[in-house]
Write a protein that binds this ligand. Structure first.
Ligand code: ZN
Length: 300
């Protein structure tokens, strides 16, 4: 009796410097992978993506998790496009259209952060949960909420990195968000740490490291309080390079409990496993694109 092989999907994590493409069914079953530099001409880059998938065994569906901002509203004339990016050549670039036209399979599409969230939900640090938040803290800060198993979006997508946060005691740094100055991203993304201390977070030690962790934990805790009060997630997963500051996680959770000040606080918020590091690392985005592909196939 022939074994029925799992459906094979295509995954694209579209980033500002490279497109990571996978063919497979899960992070443990990747049959081919490639990295394509994000060129100045989207047509050329997307033709390389199509060439990777077009072969004797094309995928049953393709998922794309993209840098943004992107248009996610099905039926909108610009659905599947990157919209207002400053990246040269990519403003108003259609990602979904050319790939769907060339491969003639269902295409799933979402933000890179939502993709990473779905990947963590299926195979990483949020397995088995239906409502959780994935946050990435690196050169920027972004977060996606998975609610009832689906990445939430409505008009546009969430921009959690730009919520307002109260200034931490003793921090005189003005912030570096070009729009808001001292929003969460302006105060707590990687560049803010590097500018405050004159070197990047991964090279801090001694008193500078202790102070960076203290402020970083404080700002992230304020951002997480907003998330806890608006989404009521079962867990918050944090990835990205800044999440690797030593000693950060326990302090974030302590400061989250402190800033909630007892209001709406449950024992689960203070328990191990409420605020946790990401489980899939750099594979979260491409893995999430596999989930987007599967969802697209099921939706027909
Ligand atoms: Zn901002």
């Amino acid at each position: 009796m022939a074994e029925v092989a799992p459906a094979r999907f295509g995954a694209v994590e579209a980033g500002g410097t490279k497109f990571v493409c996978l063919l497979g069914s899960s992070p443990d079953d990747i049959v081919a992978r490639t990295r394509i530099p994000t060129g100045a001409d989207p047509e050329v880059t997307l033709a390389e993506v199509v060439a990777f998938f077009a072969g004797p065994n094309p995928p049953a569906a393709v998922g794309i998790a993209s840098f943004g901002p992107v248009e996610l509203r099905p039926g909108h004339p610009r659905y599947g496009h990157i919209t207002s990016t400053p990246k040269p050549g990519w403003r108003d670039a259609d990602l979904v259209g050319p790939i769907r036209a060339a491969l003639d399979v269902p295409i799933g599409f979402d933000t890179d952060v939502a993709g990473a969230a779905l990947g963590e939900g299926r195979w990483g640090a949020a397995q088995g949960l239906s409502t959780f938040v994935y946050m990435t803290v690196g050169t920027g800060i972004g977060a996606a909420a998975v609610v009832g198993g689906r990445a939430a979006s409505g008009l546009g997508h969430a921009e959690v990195g730009h919520v307002a946060v109260p200034r931490q005691p003793g921090d005189t740094y003005p912030g570096r968000c070009p729009y808001h100055g001292d929003c969460l991203e302006g105060m707590a993304a990687g560049g803010a740490i590097a500018e405050r201390f004159g070197r990047p977070g991964e090279r801090l030690d001694g008193d500078d490291l202790r102070q960076a962790v203290e402020w970083q934990a404080g700002y992230l805790a304020e951002g997480l309080r907003t998330i806890v009060y608006t989404i009521a997630p079962e867990r918050i997963v944090i990835g990205g390079s800044v999440a690797e500051l030593p000693g950060l996680f326990p302090r974030v959770q302590e400061k989250l409990i402190a800033t909630m000040a007892g209001y709406g606080a449950l024992p689960e918020h203070a328990a191990d496993g409420f605020v946790v590091p990401a489980g899939l690392g750099g594979l979260a985005g491409p893995a999430g694109a596999l989930v987007l592909a599967e969802n697209a196939l099921q939706a027909g």
